[in-house]
Write a protein that binds this ligand. Structure first.
Ligand code: UDP
Length: 240
């Protein structure tokens, strides 16, 4: 894997990984385990921006499929990401990691608004900054939010921790012959509609030369392995 030297990363966690083995919601024990992995990464000297999805609670598309107004449902999805951000903040602070949540939907009583320069200061002080509510607009996802924050915070790479161990040329759940890429370029991901992140997120990373590392966060200790250049993952980057 040929990644740049990592000083600052954006870690995107799908909401569903917060469920642990549950079917819905937040498994606090599992969030505590994830928080420990984030702490270990921070303690290794990395500056960490965190984005957490909301799919364990509510997805706009699912609401829309049941007849809800899409924008309304998407706002509910964004609120779900704020709940997840607060759960992760709680877990991190219980193990002594200072954090700040910055939300793209202003909610002054519980978190800060997104202010890039303030986020810079937090990172310099060793705090983990959790960016909530995606880009703050419906018709987007937290993948786009992650790509946007990775670009504006000048992160060296975007690590997407999810339930699968990389990017495949077909859906591994449906096609047993599906093959995982070690590296793949942005153009192939976009042209073949590979399930990495939505196209707008991939395009934003491509335009800002931000490598995307897709790996399974469900495997214990995998974040540290992947950060050290080991483990199993797919790197999406230019001309791979
Ligand atoms: N969402 C949105 N705009 C954003 C980010 C999120 O409308 O900028 C909504 C959208 O409905 C999405 C939900 O929030 O389905 C939860 O986010 P996402 O699906 O990205 O979560 P994940 O799949 O990562 O758990």
């Amino acid at each position: 894997m040929s990644l740049p030297t990592l000083k600052r990363i954006l870690l995107k966690l799908s909401g569903e990984v917060l469920m642990g083995e549950q079917q819905y919601g937040i498994d606090t024990d599992y969030v505590a385990r994830l928080a420990q992995e984030v702490k270990d990464a921070r303690d290794s000297g990395l500056q960490i921006c965190l984005v957490i999805g909301g799919g364990n609670i509510f997805r706009g598309m699912a609401g829309a499929a049941k007849g809800m107004d899409r924008a309304q449902a998407d706002y509910m999805g964004m609120l779900a990401t704020i709940m997840n951000a607060l759960a992760m903040q709680n877990a991190l602070e219980q193990i002594g990691v200072e954090t700040r949540v910055q939300s793209a939907i202003q909610m002054d009583e519980v978190c800060e608004p997104v202010i890039r320069r303030r986020a810079e200061r937090h990172l310099e002080k060793g705090r983990v900054v959790i960016f909530a509510a995606g880009v703050g607009s419906p018709y987007f996802t937290t993948d786009s939010g992650a790509a946007l924050r990775a670009a504006e915070m000048k992160c060296d790479a975007l690590f997407k921790g999810t339930s699968v161990d990389g990017v495949y040329n077909a859906d591994p759940k449906k096609d047993p012959a599906a093959k995982r890429y070690d590296t793949v370029d942005y153009a192939t991901v976009l042209a073949n509609n590979l399930q990495v992140m939505d196209a707008s997120a991939v395009a934003l990373c491509r335009d800002n030369s931000i490598p995307i590392v897709v790996f399974s966060i469900r495997e214990r200790g995998n974040l540290a392995r992947v950060l050290a250049g080991g483990g199993t993952q797919t790197v999406v980057q230019k001309g791979a």
